[in-house]
Design a binder for this molecule. Sequence first.
Ligand SMILES: [Zn+2]
Length: 332
Amino acid sequence: MGKINYLDIHPDKYKLLLKRMLLTSLAEVHSKSIAQEKSSYCPVCHNNEISHYEIKNGFELDKCEHCGHVFCNPMPTDEQLESYYNGEMKLLENQIFRDTFEKRIPIFNARVEKIKQYMEEGKLLDVGSAVGIFVESLVRNQNSLSISCCDPSKDACSSLNKRFGDNPSINIYNCWLHEMPAENKFDGITLWDTLEHITDLSPFCEKIFELLKPGGYWFFSTPNLNSLEWSIAGRDHEQLVPPGHVNLFNKNNILILLKKFGFELIEITTPNGSMDVGYVEKLAHGSSDYDLKLGTFIKAHLTDPNFKSALSDAITHANLGGNMFVIARKSI
Ligand SMILES: [Zn+2]
């Protein structure tokens, strides 16, 4: 399978426009500002050892010293979120998804392959389907699943209806997850890059639990702060974007979350390392500020035999090894 290219997924031509629109959107969001009370504990592990992490887009983020969780504190209000998610910037984001639709399909093909190992048939609910890239990948990859999509965005649902409206095995719900009827149970629920947007994790995870049949699967993706790209970019990471991203997890505290809401972990993988490498390359070329962190990251992980072996492979594949093996032929 080909590697995913960072710039194909995040084309530079949109960067400036998005930045400008974000500023307009934030001005509107903050005009609705109502002071919320700060939480004194981590929303994942409930430990009260939390400290200030960063102020971004006018929102304060804290970090839990116990589980490493980074979260908005206080969380944005419902009114602020309403304004953010219904603004023009979100429409542009959906347009970017439509423009990069085919380039994003391979990301979802890999996820579909994984899902097929666990469920060949039954009912699947995709939460936050956006413009339907995952559903399209499912349809292309021949499946016997009955698919339901839910998304609160009218714009997203109009895209979904255009693409899948005639497909009898696909149901489209223009609603929030909590509005899904409780009596409708699923064999699997998918949630791609959505968990980080959820302000109140408890009712959300409880609803996922409620909608699943006993033994049903929950497949999801979300940023991992214990990663190459987050270790290097840190507070500068382009995905540190409140009020959009409000809960940022890591490989370890996902376990705490799952356990708390009655789920058992089957596996965690972090595919598409090429996205990390592409992003870090962009950062490292843009500024020398990241040189030290890049060195620190490599040094820290050299004690991990998996990392060491993969780095050895990368050096070999890129012909960067310190010893040359030369084969020559005497010309005739
Ligand atoms: Zn915590």
